[in-house]
Design a binder for this molecule. Sequence first.
Ligand code: CP3
Length: 342
Amino acid sequence: MKKLLRVLQGEAITPPPVWLMRQAGRYLPEYRALRQQANGFLDLCYNPQLACEITLQPVRRFGFDAAILFSDILVVPHALGVDVRFEEGKGPLLAPLAPEDTAYFTQKARENISLERLSASFETIHAVKKQLASNTSLIGFCGAPWTVATYMIAGHGTVDQAPARAFLYRYPHEMQLLLDLLADVSADYLIGQIEAGADVVQIFDSWAGVLDEPSFATCAIAPVRRMVARIRLRFPHTPIIAFARGAGLFYQTYASQTGVNALGLDWAVPLSFAACLQEQCPVQGNLDPLRLVAGGKALSQSVQAILQALEKKPFIFNLGHGILPQTPLSHVEQLLDLIRDR
Ligand code: CP3
């Protein structure tokens, strides 16, 4: 069986399987070359032939244990009819959702739901599956409802998601309508990805860490629990990884209450705490992406500490957040040597 799947079933493997969040992207010259040929980033996401090629690029170059579908979390609001753009150097821009429009928007979206616009991802998965080595896992993904909602409400990235938090406190009912819609559509999207051939799915809740205790329960835990239930009805055995960045002291409750199979950990999680979490479920993480940029001792010491603390229990090596565009290719090679050649 594939290494990643064995770990997700509770086996400890030395050396552990490794892949990197955002492993397909701008740090790769072959990605930058394809990116220039396309009309824009979303065009790449919706072109199964190019998206398949980009998905495979990092696996070919580095021999990672998993490929992750090349797409973005914002294709879900785009499929719901929201105007979504990616402007060079600016990050995503969306038409912001006003509280007074939310009831109408969510009702219309439910009436008109069609996964048509998302079918490019299913085609990409089919194409990748044909070319992927039998020991390499294919990961499907989507954003968690809260993280996707933060972009829909602000209309752009922010440092603390203040617009979404203010929306939540002033309009809890509207927030609930939005999270429920996103949970259902995102779960169906992941079901489609599993049908197409994804071995594992990961839910990215990159903004879970800005929530206080009651909000974490309603906005981070409840919608993901709803998604897990919906996916399990159809695919009870497909492993689900959740990356709830910044969940801190909530990680344990998060794992037990959402029922996900494994936790992706950010780099602020102490290794002793990560080892405790492994009593509950497999964990994935958590090298600071800037250590990979720095290289040298900053890289090797942290990699060794992570391996020593976590590889005796079910563990997947990864970064604590996405790889940065300025990461030198030689440092990624060094990282793999540090993990595999001991
Ligand atoms: O991991 C992979 O290789 C698969 C592809 C992937 C992308 N985005 C491609 C991408 C995945 C899994 C994502 C997830 C994603 N997208 C998240 C959650 C994870 C995280 O990093 O927090 C979020 C919040 C987004 C939304 C998003 N997409 C932002 C904020 C940005 C702009 C920031 C940036 O890095 O430029 C994007 C753009 C994006 N998504 C790029 C890529 C390769 C860069 C686009 C380009 O080529 O210009």
